[in-house]
Design a protein around this ligand. Structure first.
Ligand code: FEO
Length: 170
């Protein structure tokens, strides 16, 4: 059984993951509009991953006899100055999500809720990867100055990213 507090916080995390999906989908749409389909693809795959994160917590709440409460998802921005600004925002957003996951782990440990703690460890590892990927993208963009031929080459590279549901690989 989940505590009421934990149930509430896990529901908030579903919302945060859904917002992440929405934010990255908005970034994907921005890149499509900028004729950078590779970047658009990268962000689209990122959005798909976020949906699976939300669903992992959704399933977990049920498996612990809890109640799912879906709240409104905030509207994401639509415009960014350039690709560097987008990557910067992705990196900062992932750092915020990491802090949220760590707060959930702290709560689970305070409550001696080891089942939730164990489930959250998947997210702890995932966040290391997420921050690393976002930082790599940001650094590459900075290296090429965020424009010109380098940008087009990076766009071609990012077109190859494919969605894999990592929540199913346990
Ligand atoms: Fe689900 Fe990118 O954190």
């Amino acid at each position: 059984m989940l505590s009421q507090k934990m149930e509430q916080e896990l529901n908030k995390q579903i919302n945060a993951e859904m917002y992440s999906a929405y934010l990255y989908l908005a970034m994907s749409a921005y890149f499509e509009d900028q004729n950078l389909p590779g970047f658009g693809n990268w962000m689209y795959v990122q959005a798909q991953e976020e949906m699976t994160h939300a669903m992992k917590i959704y399933r977990f709440i049920f498996s612990r006899g809890g109640k799912v409460e879906l709240k409104a998802i905030e509207e994401p921005p639509r415009e960014w100055d350039d690709a560097v600004k987008v990557a910067q925002e992705v990196y900062e957003h992932e750092q915020k999500v990491t802090a949220m996951i760590h707060n959930l782990v702290n709560l689970a440990r305070e409550e001696k809720d080891y089942g939730t703690d164990q489930m959250l460890q998947w997210f702890v590892s995932e966040q290391v990867e997420e921050e690393d990927n976002a930082d790599e993208l940001l650094q590459q963009l900075k290296l090429i100055g965020g424009k010109g031929q380098g940008l087009l080459m990076l766009d071609r590279e990012l077109a190859a990213r494919q969605f894999v549901d990592e929540t199913q690989q346990e």
